[in-house]
Design a binder for this molecule. Structure first.
Ligand code: GLC
Length: 610
């Protein structure tokens, strides 16, 4: 409390002013109670984390992201597959939304009805606790989603608000007529223009327009009400005491609303995150936060802490921009825009890390700014349109098999759904050579994310190169949402093929394993150091440099299906004449004039001691 009180109180005062005096005694009581309830083993973990505050930044950190039911049926089922995760080298498991959602359509669990109960078909809170314990015993941290922007309209708070009970209407943003909503709508974007247009929904029982950024059944919370803050401190600490170590702050950018803005990335978001983190540190210092802010690079960095917030907000944030650029360069065969986007990235605080990913459960939105596109010699809207055509398979010569998600005629945006393997050409591949190319593309994308210096987050099934699952179309609650095509069932038969080097699954698995093993032994990949992009003389290749006290590292990637040449001196200047490639183990000779990079080649060159 001594250590974090000023942080907690200061941030709260900036948001809530004098209302803090009224909530402070309740907050203190809540922290004391939660601390009292914290189990001994978790307190031991707290101590361990205080001794090793950089645990999330370590090169051994590798995450795996899965739906409990799709991976293993139930929470108990997950326990039976821990050796599978260990074999891959996993140190962190993100189980997709598993708290009790509303019945029927629930946005993949992102419409929570009860934050203190587990979805019944997956198990109970006791099962979650025991799974967390088993994971912990194997050195694997459990991550859960914290849906913080909205609740299901069936959540107790919303039910009470509809009934006009107590102060519960103040938990939400409710308006008697269209006057305010219409004003807000002038500057608000639409997240799901296709199946949930607009940002407000009429609720007859409450006789109000309710703020609903996402689906009409996901009611946005009113974070201007300090009771919401108290409720979430209670939820976070309750779950932390069950053994949850990392919280994914879902849609965090949206929690604070302001007229005449897009109501994203408002300064209060960062004060609130800082206050939540301080509360978590006081009771459960083992806990870390990951920001899910899919926003422009200039806005993103604030989620890891800028200026006064430096190092005091989230510990990790998704590197959405890098994921987008991976797919963009794969389609265009050029890395000019990739370089431009990374050059425009402000440095992150040294005690934070990026969440690196090739694919996740969501669609891919072409977050490419017109400015960056212009600087890279292309046109923003044209390139974005090309990418949508390419990845939906419509463009001539495309190897991808994705589908358009949420076409927005007003903005021209067309996001893309599809599994990594299908987007990279495995589904469309007919010849052995095409299969090889698709697998090489996937290996390349994983190499960039695993070798970047953040936490690689492997999405379930990608280790076996699983292709699209079209069965969603016959499930009524999923049929309208084609993101389900890349949320497949785990294929355990295919998983058996992982040891067979003749199969696609076996080749993918082996490629990933070798990247993961190389990463685990490379101190150069500690996240306290930044990867910096170097302008490459060859526009088809990407060069990422890491300046490390133990020697420099230079990652070299070829985004084409042909051999590419680079002048050797460009590499030699960074890693000397005889670097070692940490992936293959080979020593390179850079005394010649040129080096040749294999089709879709990926190399992590490490400067060697003389
Ligand atoms: C996040 C989730 C997405 C969900 C949305 C609303 O963006 O990743 O799947 O639809 O939040 O909770």
């Amino acid at each position: 409390m001594e250590r974090y009180r000023s942080d907690l109180e200061g941030s709260l005062r900036r948001v809530y002013g004098d209302q803090v005096d009224a909530i402070w005694p309740r907050l203190e009581a809540l922290l004391k109670r939660s601390f009292g309830e914290r189990p001994t083993e978790l307190r031991r973990l707290d101590e361990a984390r205080l001794l090793r505050p950089d645990w999330l930044q370590a090169p051994e950190m590798i995450g795996y992201v899965a739906y409990t039911d799709r991976f293993a049926g139930t929470l108990k089922g997950v326990s039976e597959h821990l050796s599978y995760l260990e074999e891959l080298g996993i140190k962190y498991l993100h189980l997709m939304p598993l708290l009790k959602p509303r019945a029927g359509e629930n946005d993949g669990g992102y419409a929570v009805q009860d934050y203190k109960a587990v979805r019944e078909d997956l198990g109970s809170m006791a099962d979650l606790r025991s799974l967390a314990g088993e994971l912990r015993a194997r050195g694997i941290s459990l991550e859960l989603d914290l849906v913080i922007n909205h609740v299901a309209e069936e959540h107790d708070w919303a039910v009470k608000a509809k009934a006009g009970y107590g102060n519960y209407r103040d938990y939400f943003l409710m308006f008697p007529n269209r006057e305010q909503p219409d004003l807000y709508e002038r500057t608000l974007p639409e997240v799901f223009p296709d199946f949930a247009p607009g940002n407000f929904t009429w609720n007859a029982a409450a006789r109000s327009w309710v703020w609903t950024t996402f689906n009409s059944y996901q009611w946005d919370l009113n974070w201007a009400n300090p009771n919401i803050f108290l409720e979430f401190v209670d939820i976070i600490l309750h779950l932390a005491n069950q053994g949850v170590e990392i919280f994914r702050l879902d849609a965090i950018a949206f929690i604070w609303k302001r007229m005449w803005t897009d109501s994203q990335n408002q300064p209060e978001v960062h004060d609130l995150t800082r206050a939540l983190r301080a509360a978590a540190r006081i009771v459960a210092p083992a806990v870390a936060f990951k920001a899910e802010a899919i926003v422009a690079p200039g806005d993103l960095i604030a989620y890891l802490g800028q200026r006064d917030h430096h190092g005091k907000v989230s510990d990790m944030a998704y590197h959405n921009s890098l994921m987008v650029q991976l797919w963009s360069s794969l389609a265009s065969r050029s890395t000019r825009l990739f370089e431009q986007a990374l050059l425009a990235f402000p440095p992150k605080p040294t005690n934070t890390t990026w969440g690196m990913y090739v694919r996740c459960h969501d669609d891919i939105g072409w977050a490419i700014s017109d400015h960056d596109a212009g600087m890279a010699g292309t046109v923003g809207w044209g390139h974005r349109a090309f990418l949508s055509d390419f990845y939906s398979g419509a463009a001539p010569g495309s190897f991808a098999r994705g589908q358009v998600f949420q076409a927005n005629p007003r903005t021209g945006d067309r996001r893309i759904s599809g599994s990594a393997a299908s987007l990279a050409g495995l589904e469309a591949a007919e010849t052995g050579a095409e299969v090889e190319s698709a697998l090489r593309r996937l290996r390349l994308l994983h190499a960039v994310t695993i070798g970047y210096g953040g936490v690689p987050l492997l999405y379930m099934g990608d280790e076996l190169a699983l292709t699209n699952d079209y069965s969603y179309a016959s499930a009524p609650e999923h049929a309208l949402d084609n993101r389900w095509m890349h949320r497949p069932q785990m294929d355990w038969d295919k998983a058996e093929e992982r040891r067979d080097p003749q199969t696609s699954a076996g080749k993918m698995y082996a490629a990933l394993r070798s990247l993961i093993q190389a990463r685990q032994h490379l101190p150069h990949l500690h996240a306290s150091i930044e990867s910096r992009v170097m302008r490459s003389p060859n526009e088809h290749t990407l060069l990422l440099r890491r300046t490390h006290p133990q020697g420099n590292m230079l990652a070299v990637y070829n985004f084409t299906n042909e051999f590419q040449a680079l002048p050797a001196w460009v590499l030699r200047e960074v890693v000397g004449a005889y670097p070692r490639d940490a992936i293959s183990g080979h020593e390179w000779n850079l005394t010649n004039e040129e080096v040749a990079l294999e089709p879709y080649g990926a190399y992590w060159l490490i400067e060697q001691a003389h």
